[in-house]
Design a protein around this ligand. Structure first.
Ligand code: TGC
Ligand code: FAD
Length: 405
C-alpha cells in the first residue's frame, strides 16, 4: 500500500490552471466560497498536480491523500459541525468537488464516496451512537469508507440485488451473504456501507467493518480509467455483523438512492472541473503552438472548438450554480440533479475529446492532463447512474411515463 507522496515521481511542469469564468459567475459566490476554493486549489497545485500523472500511470491509489483531504475539510463539508464536519453550504461542497476533479476524477471519487455515500447515509439514517462513532473519524480521514450497492448482476437495476442478511439466532448479530462489484475505495476501506435485503426482502443499510470474518475486498485491476482511484469487490461469506451496525432510519431502495442524489450533485460540479481544466489547457496550448507560421489559436477550426467549449462550460456553470442554490434551499429534485449530472459529464467528455485533438500528438501523452481526464470521464458517465438512465429519469419526470422496464 502506498502511503507516501515521496514514492511518486514529480512532474517537472508547474500547474498554472486558471478557471474560465466567461459570464463573471464568481460574482455569485461569497468571499468564503472563493477562499475555500482557493485553499483546495492551492493544495491540489502543490501536493497532487505534481504526482497525479505518475499515480495514474502506475495505477496506485495515493493513500496519503485520504488524511490530507480530511484535514482540508473535503469530506461532507455540508454536514453539521457537531459530527466533525464543516457545516457549510452545498455550493461550498460543489466548489470543493470541482477543484478535486479538476485535478483528477479519481481524487474527487475518493472524496465524494467518503462524504456523500458513507458519511451522508450514516448522518441521515444512522443512530446517534453510529453518528458519533463513525462521522468524526471519517471527516478527518482517520477512517476510509466505501459504498456497496452495485452487484455483478444488478447495476442500473439495484432493486434486484441478492445480497442478503438474516438473524444469526443469538439476538445480537445478523449473517450477511452476497457480493458487490465496482466499489470505489473498497480495497483500502476501513468500513463499508452495504445495502442488502433482510429476510422480508426489504433493503437495509449495514455498516460492515474490515476484519469481520468472511468479509474480503479484492481489487479490480487493469482499468483504463480512474487509475488513481482504487476499485474492487465486497464479498460477504457468512459475515457475522452486530445488529447495532444496521442503519435504523430507512428501508427500501430510497435509502441508497437518497445518498446518490448528494453524490450526483457533487459529480455535476466535479465533471465541470475536468472540462474547465481541458479547456484551460487547450486554450493555452493553442496560443503557444505555431504551425504554418502562426499560433494554431489563429485558425478558424481551432477557434470553433474553443468557442463551443467555453459556451457549453458557461451554460453548465449557470445550471450547476442554480442547482446549488436549490440544494441550499432544500428545493432541488432528484430529477433536476440527474439532468445536471448527465449534462455536465457529457459536455466534459466532448470538451476533453476536442481539447485532445487540439493538442495533436501531444494530446495523447501524460505531459498534459487531457487524455487522463477523457479516460476518467468514461467511468463518470457510467457510475452513479449511466447517461441513459439519467435521460430516462428526466423522461419519467416530464411525461409521467416509466420507460425503464
Ligand atoms: P423506483 O421504483 O423508481 O424507486 C424505488 C424507491 O426509491 C425512490 N427513489 C428515490 N428516492 C430518493 N432519491 C432518488 N433519486 C430516488 N429515485 C427513486 C422512489 O420514490 C421509490 O420509493 P418508495 O418509497 O416508493 O419505495 O426504482 P426502480 O427500481 O424502478 O429504479 C429506478 C432507477 C433506475 C432510477 C434507479 O434505480 C437508478 O437510479 N439506477 C441507477 C443505479 C445507480 O445510480 N447506481 C449507482 C451505484 S453507486 C456508484 O456508482 C458510486 S460511484 C462513486 C464514485 O466513485 O464517485
Ligand atoms: P448495466 O446496468 O448492465 O448497463 C449496461 C448498459 O445498458 C448501459 O449503457 C445502460 O445505460 C443500459 N441500460 C440499462 N438499463 C437500461 C434501461 N432500462 N433502458 C435503457 N438502457 C439501459 N457502484 C457502487 O455501488 N459503489 C461504487 O463505489 C461504485 N464505484 C464505481 C466505480 C467505477 C470505476 C465504475 C465503472 C463503476 C462503479 N460503480 C459503483 C458501479 C456503477 O454504478 C455501475 O457500473 C452503473 O450503475 C451501471 O451498472 P452496470 O455497469 O451494471 O451497467
Amino acid at each position: 500500500m502506498t502511503t507516501n507522496a515521496q514514492e511518486f515521481t514529480k512532474a517537472n511542469k508547474q500547474d498554472v490552471y486558471n478557471h474560465p469564468d466567461y459570464y463573471l459567475l464568481d460574482e455569485l459566490l461569497s468571499e468564503e466560497h472563493k477562499l475555500i476554493r482557493s485553499t483546495v486549489r492551492d493544495y491540489v497545485k502543490k501536493e497532487l498536480s505534481p504526482i497525479i500523472e505518475d499515480v495514474a500511470q502506475k495505477a496506485v491509489f495515493p493513500r496519503f491523500m485520504v488524511k490530507e483531504l480530511g484535514e482540508l475539510g473535503c469530506y461532507a463539508p455540508q454536514l453539521p459541525v457537531e459530527y466533525g464536519c464543516g457545516g457549510m453550504d452545498y455550493i461550498t461542497y460543489g466548489l470543493m468537488m470541482q477543484e478535486l476533479e479538476r485535478c483528477d476524477s479519481g481524487v474527487r471519487s475518493t472524496a465524494s464516496v467518503q462524504g456523500s455515500l458513507v458519511m451522508y447515509p450514516i448522518y441521515k439514517f444512522g443512530s446517534e451512537e453510529q453518528k458519533h462513532k463513525y462521522l468524526p473519524k471519517l471527516a478527518k480521514g482517520d477512517l476510509l469508507g466505501c459504498f456497496g450497492l452495485t452487484e455483478p448482476n444488478h447495476g442500473s437495476d439495484p432493486g434486484g440485488m441478492t445480497t442478503n442478511f438474516k438473524p444469526a439466532g443469538d439476538g445480537k448479530h445478523v449473517i450477511l451473504n452476497g457480493a458487490k462489484m465496482w466499489i470505489s475505495n473498497s480495497p483500502f476501506a476501513d468500513i463499508a456501507v452495504v445495502w442488502a435485503k433482510n429476510e422480508n426482502g426489504k433493503i437495509k443499510g449495514i455498516i460492515v467493518e474490515r476484519g469481520m470474518e468472511g468479509f474480503t475486498t479484492p481489487e479490480t485491476h487493469n482499468k483504463w480509467s480512474l487509475r488513481a482511484s482504487a476499485t474492487g469487490e465486497l464479498v460477504f461469506n457468512d459475515v457475522l455483523v452486530p445488529v447495532e451496525n444496521i442503519l435504523p432510519g430507512v428501508e427500501g431502495l430510497k435509502g441508497p438512492l437518497t445518498c446518490l442524489n448528494s453524490a450526483r450533485y457533487g459529480i455535476s460540479w466535479g465533471a465541470l472541473g475536468a472540462a474547465m481544466d481541458c479547456y484551460d489547457t487547450a486554450l493555452r496550448y493553442s496560443k503557444e503552438r505555431i504551425q504554418f507560421g502562426k499560433p494554431i489559436a489563429g485558425f478558424q477550426l481551432q477557434q470553433k472548438k474553443l468557442a463551443e467549449m467555453i459556451t457549453e462550460i458557461t451554460k453548465a456553470q449557470l445550471l450547476t450554480w442554480r442547482l446549488g442554490v436549490l440544494m441550499n434551499e432544500g428545493r432541488a429534485t432528484p430529477a433536476q440533479i440527474s439532468m445536471a449530472k448527465r449534462n455536465n459529464v457529457d459536455l466534459a467528455l466532448n470538451v476533453a475529446r476536442n481539447a485532445r485533438q487540439m493538442l495533436g500528438g501531444m494530446g495523447i501523452t501524460g505531459e498534459y492532463p487531457i487524455m487522463r481526464h477523457m479516460m476518467n470521464l468514461e467511468s463518470v458517465v457510467t457510475y452513479e447512474g449511466t447517461h441513459d438512465i439519467h435521460l430516462l429519469i428526466t423522461g419519467l419526470d416530464i411525461t409521467g411515463e416509466n420507460a425503464f422496464a
